[in-house]
Design a protein around this ligand. Structure first.
Ligand code: HEC
Ligand code: HEC
Length: 449
């Protein structure tokens, strides 16, 4: 009976050796097989319903031929998107201002950067960024492609505060990137170009097609038909949204168009927020040679609009009711007001909607909410597990993980509190993890990586 015992003892010994010698660097919670980032939209996204409604997304995809989205590329993009090491003081990631639960926008009118400074404009949703034929980005369209856009937040002095060289330096310093670069691009050389490609792939994967609107749309032949799954109010709001002004509608679909509710118009528009532009000329700053661009802004998708409050480039409206009231009674006669919002004599349109019609428009826009966007794991934070990603606000409790545990920055165990960590792999404490006098910290590693 001795041999088995010896074998058993040897196994324990080996296990201990493994525990001692291995430095565990499992910072990420990624699936063994990458998530599927391909976009397969229902057929109605690509059919023209006939009549005057431009419903098809055909011709609007800005994916360049040399950067198609792959599952490994988007996975690398996801990690970069959530990595706070990529701001100068390691406090801000792209996700800080583009929050999954808020339609990849920010609930603050202006977002907060690494040093507490605020951005000039309201954060934009990233949903359907892929579907914009002009392929230009930012409210003022100053970025000529998405690949150019995604490197700018890193270098913005308010947002993330890095230099161009520091972007790839910071990425190279992290132990988890070489493997991700090899999978995505075949080698582990870190360049800003690859970082831009991966981030763009991740952003282009965020497409919405599973809303109440889509459930109804699948049941009928054209968007104008009454949707069987809609309430009377939602169907009424849909008619108002789709129909032009001269046909009893509110004319919204003229600018928020196609099944993606994107802008298929040639360029930025002016929706009459102000009578003139003084401090923010929008696309007039990008294209100063053409007076028509002054005071115009990019129209992004209305899908998931319920989640992306506040609204407009400066976040001036807190609710969809306020937005509808703007279109109903508040349009200003700006010199570049879009023709779609002006009467034949040039004065701003007044919709004169009833209370019922206004709430119908809001009810319709709420059918565009796709809850899978807000919850799908493939777009979520991959750094440790969400319930284990604790920061200063969680100071006490028990943390158990079958993976490794990494604490976020600024975490502390407060006086009088006790924190128990049990991890199957490893427990990694960041340098500024703090145990205050009287706080108790217990850690137990139950396995080896
Ligand atoms: C501190 C907040 C903040 C951070 C961090 C941030 N953004 Fe943004 N983002 C904004 C704001 C604000 C805008 C709109 C700015 C403007 O138009 O002038 C914006 C606009 C965008 C747009 C344009 C969308 C469109 O339809 O034109 C994209 C894409 C984008 N951000 C991606 C990213 C990525 C990728 C990162 C990380 C590398 C990032 N952002 C980091 C606040 C932030
Ligand atoms: C002439 C084109 C045009 C028409 C018509 C139009 N919009 Fe807009 N819409 C825009 C533009 C441009 C913006 C962004 C303006 C800005 O922020 O400066 C916008 C912004 C919005 C936003 C906020 C988007 C965000 O991300 O903050 C909502 C909601 C909206 N529109 C709803 C409607 C509704 C409802 C109607 C019909 C009553 C309508 N729009 C008609 C051009 C238009």
């Amino acid at each position: 009976m001795k041999p088995p015992q010896i074998l058993f003892g040897a196994a324990v010994f080996l296990l201990l050796i493994a525990c001692k010698s291995e430095v565990v660097t499992d910072y990420l919670n990624l699936p063994a097989t990458p998530f599927d980032y391909s976009v397969s939209l229902p057929a109605y996204f690509f059919t023209n319903a006939g009549g005057r409604l431009p419903t098809s997304l055909n011709g609007t995809d800005n994916t360049p031929p040399d950067n198609p989205t792959t599952n490994d590329g988007a996975t690398l993009g996801r990690v970069l998107f959530y990595d706070k090491n990529l701001s100068i003081n390691r406090t801000i990631a792209c996700s800080s201002c583009h929050n999954q639960s808020q339609g990849f926008s920010d609930s603050r009118p202006l977002s907060v950067g690494f040093a507490g400074g605020t951005t000039r404009r309201h954060s934009m949703t990233l949903i359907n960024a892929r579907y914009y034929q002009r392929g230009r980005f930012f409210w003022d369209e100053r970025a000529s492609t998405l690949e150019n856009q995604v490197l700018q937040p890193f270098q913005d002095p308010t947002e993330m505060g890095l230099t161009a060289a520091q972007i790839s330096e910071r990425v190279s310093e992290q132990p988890y990137y070489p493997e991700l670069f090899i999978k995505a691009f075949g080698d582990n050389a870190v360049t800003n170009d690859k970082i831009a490609r991966a981030l763009s792939q991740f952003v282009r994967s965020i497409v919405s097609y599973q809303s109440k609107y889509d459930e109804g749309r699948a049941l009928v032949n054209a968007p104008g038909a009454n949707f069987p799954n809609f309430t009377t109010s939602e169907n009424q709001g849909k008619q108002l949204f789709l129909r032009p002004l001269n046909n009893g509608g509110a004319g919204c679909f003229g600018c928020h168009t196609t099944e993606g509710f994107i802008s298929a118009n040639p360029g930025p528009q002016n929706n009459g927020l102000d009578a003139n532009s003084t401090t923010d000329l929008g696309s007039g700053e990008t294209f100063p040679q053409n007076a028509l661009f002054a005071g115009r802004f990019k129209t992004s998708t209305l899908r998931n609009i319920e989640l992306t409050a506040p609204y407009m480039h400066d976040g001036r409206f807190n609710t969809l009711e306020e937005v509808v009231e703007h279109y109903n009674s508040g349009i200003q006669n700006h010199p570049t007001l879009s023709a779609a919002l002006a009467n034949p004599d040039g004065t701003p349109v007044r919709l004169n909607l009833t209370t019922t019609q206004k709430s119908a428009l809001v009810a319709f826009m709420q059918t565009l909410t796709d809850h899978t966007i807000a919850t799908k794991a493939k777009w979520s934070n991959p750094f440790c597990e969400t319930n284990l990603c604790f920061d200063g606000s969680v100071t006490s409790g028990a943390y158990q993980s079958s993976n490794s545990i990494t604490n976020a920055l600024l975490a502390s165990v407060e006086n009088g509190n006790q924190v128990n960590f049990t991890s199957a792999k490893s427990i990694i404490l960041q340098p500024n993890f703090e145990i205050k006098a009287g706080g108790i910290f217990k850690a137990e590693i139950s396995g080896c990586n």
